[in-house]
Structures are given as C-alpha cells and as structure tokens.
Design a protein around this ligand. Sequence first.
Ligand SMILES: *Cc1c(COP(=O)(O)O)cnc(C)c1O
Length: 409
Amino acid sequence: MVVRPCGSPWVPTPPTAVGGHGCPPPHGCIPRGRFKDFYELEPNKFQNKTNGITPRRWLLLCNPGLAEVIAQRIGEDFVADLDQLQKLRSFVDDESFIRDVAKVKQENKLKFAAFLEKEYGVRVNPASIFDVQVKRIHEYKRQLLNCLHIITLYNRIKKEPNKPFVPRTIMIGGKAAPGYHMAKMIIKLVTSIGDVVNHDPAVGDRLKVLFLENYRVSLAEKVIPAADLSEQISTAGTEASGTGNMKFMLNGALTIGTMDGANVEMAEEAGEENLFIFGMRVEDVEALDRQGYCAHDYYERLPELRQAVDQLSSGFFSPRQPDLFRDIVNMLMNHDRFKVFADYEAYVKCQEKVSALYKNAREWTRMVIRNVAASGKFSSDRTIAQYAREIWGAEPTRHRIPAPDEPRE
Ligand SMILES: *Cc1c(COP(=O)(O)O)cnc(C)c1O
C-alpha cells in the first residue's frame, strides 16, 4: 500500500474495486482511513481534481518578459484561458521565437544572479545550468538523491579535471519543520557539500552548490523564472500532486522527474519525450516492496554511489565533526522508506542526458517551448471550473462581475 506522507487519504484501487454507478474511481485511488466508510456510502462525493496554479502570479507577475514574447505571437487571451498556449506549438520551428524565449531566460538568470550577489555576496556562472529544487525539505521529496548526484559530479571533476564538463549551479531551497531532525540535517548537508565544492579551485566555476534560505512565495517568484531545470524527484507514489512542478513548466524550465504526482499528467500533456523521466514507476516501487528493498545491494554494486556514501560516513564533508552525517547514512543504508539508492543510477544517467541536451541551446529551447505550450491544463482556472461544475453543479453566470477596483452601478 502506498502511504502518502502529506496525509492524502487516497490509496491505490484494488483491481476489483468499482466506484459509484460502476464508474472507475478517480485517479485509480479510493479513500482510506476515516474516509473509507463515507466512500462506501456515497462514492460520488469522492472525486479528485488536478491541482493548478494561477497564471497571473506565476507568469504575468513573476515573468513579464516571457509573457510579453508569448503575447507578441498569440495575443493576450491566454491570460484568462491558458489552454491557448497550445497555439505556441506552431512556433517550435520559428527561429525568432526560439531566440526570444532563450533571451528572456538568459535575462531572468542574470537578474537572479545579480540578486544572489547583492543579497548574499555569492557569484554564480550565468552560462551554467540553473538546476533548482525548491520545496519543503522532506525525505519523500528526496533532496538526498540530489545531494548524491552533486557529490558524484564533484568526484567526477576531481577524477578527470580536464574532461569537458557542462557547468551547473545547483540550488536547493526549502524549510524544515521545527521538530523534523532529518530535514534539518539535510539542510546542513547541502551547505556542507557547498562549503567543500564551492571552495575547491579544481572545480572553478563549473559547479556551484547553493542553499536558498527562507524559501517562500516571494523567493519562488524570483528563482522559478530563472530556472533551466526543475527537480521533481520524489519516490513514485508519494507526491499527491505538486504545484511547484507546474510553475517551472509554465516558466520555461525543463523537468527532471519521476512518474509521480502531477509529473504524470505533465508528461501526458507535453509527451514523455519532452521531460527527463527516470526511475521507478509506482508498480516498480510496489514490486520492490514485495521483494524487500536492500540499500546495501546498490551500495555494493555501484562504485560511485559507494564512494559518495563513504565520504558522508568518513566526514569528508564535515571534517570538524566527522560523524555529523551518521544519522543520514544510517537511514539511507538501513531504513530508507523512500528508496533513494534504488533510483540513484537512473537519476545520474538521466542527468547526463540533461547536460548533453543543454549543449544544444536551440534544441533545449525548442523542448522548453513544447512544455510551455502544453502547460495550459495546469491553470487553477481549470481546477476551479471543474470543482464548480463537477462537484457543486454551479454554471458560470452570464453577467460580467466587475473587478474590485471597478465602479459598480
Ligand atoms: C509552489 C510552492 C510550494 C509547493 O512546491 P512543491 O514542489 O509542489 O512541493 C511550496 N512552497 C512555496 C513557497 C511555493 O511557492
């Protein structure tokens, strides 16, 4: 059984289950726990609506440059009817549009780089991939998988310092709940890896690791328009939906992600070939549960994973307190409910594909355009309309409601 750590009351449907009036239950799940009895009485009262984000905040307000180049091609009506972004599909071969979209992203990156320098005195390479994972710090969201990838990149640079390397700036941001020790330790790990990587002259400006403190909506509005790569790497079956994933898609970042939550629908809308999808699907996670997940097997079989874990154990990233990350290593090796090691190899390989595509700026941007064009479904206008119609039976009024600042009769 998949238990969603966010407290979602949905569980996967057993093959025999049937919803109200013989219809299949929503998104293949039925409610569990205290909702189960209610579901049996009134199955029609249990529905699921795909989440959404408001395009006013998450495009017009936070990314006026992108909104402008879109409006120049398809007009302004997409603002209140996001499905119209589909019209951008006819511009994937339009060289002037490709150039404009790439230019807006570069401007957003420069602006965020200037913000980082002014606020924190850190300099980043604006030609590097801006690789961003911003969300609450939680084991199921697997910031630790991202950390293992960073360590792997660092070790590769150290091993072959003259080999070409596609530069990356990896930014991780998010809050840890006050009583959640493991989440606090994950933040400590990110900053500790940064202390080593960012000060190693052998690395130069090819790899930088930043922890973005005090992640909140106002910071999201700055970093998301500047992101090239959106990290959505939770264990399949654990993320109820995600909305950060949608914000990045609308703002022209490509997604590296698992088939989890709304990533599944993003892949459906854009085509799986336009996302970097990797790792276990829900069925694979369930099969691994039946077989019994053994982290030691991966540790023994994958030399780069073993090196990274050994560095955590030996205090390589915490020389003044060598046992600082003992709890993290113990968790990963002996009781990792989210199976980080099981997706490590596929994740690192998928990141190699990301780097390879980034070298081809034109193809990268064309994939960005296909994603933006496919992001219309993720407007909260659609979510709200579905709630109104399909749950409350409310139809739109024929009368236009004046805005709050408009004079009323
Ligand atoms: C959108 C948003 C989230 C949700 O992010 P997920 O990646 O879906 O978990 C969390 N915090 C802030 C500040 C946000 O803007």
